[in-house]
Design a protein. Structure first.
Length: 103
């Protein structure tokens, strides 16, 4: 199966990802996304989606989504989680209501 979204990392991006992994001082999902990007990069390990998913304990669709986000939205978007279109639940209080709670 041919890949629709090809990940090509520049040297500064690659070193930044390796720094994230080496330090381990960030959220676990960012470390996993950094590992996945390094693994599926054409100029890196060039793993398939299924190999990377098995290696990092996630679903193959997750790897595909990270690749797609990298190509379409950029480097930082690929490291973050996907933003929801609408919140999971509506806010119960607005800013004025919250201000009344802080006394």
């Amino acid at each position: 199966m041919t890949r629709k979204y090809i990940v090509r990392l520049q040297s500064d991006e690659k070193s930044y990802l390796q720094t994230i992994i080496r330090k381990g001082k960030t959220n676990a999902y960012r470390i996993r996304h950094a590992n996945i990007l390094l693994a599926v990069a054409v100029n890196g390990s060039n793993m398939s989606d299924q190999e990377a998913a098995k290696a990092f304990g996630c679903h193959g669709r997750t790897v595909e989504n990270i690749r797609q986000r990298f190509v379409a939205q950029g480097f930082e978007a690929a490291l973050e989680r996907r933003q929801r279109d609408c919140p999971a639940r509506k806010r119960l209080l607005d800013g004025d209501g919250e201000a009344l709670l802080d006394f």
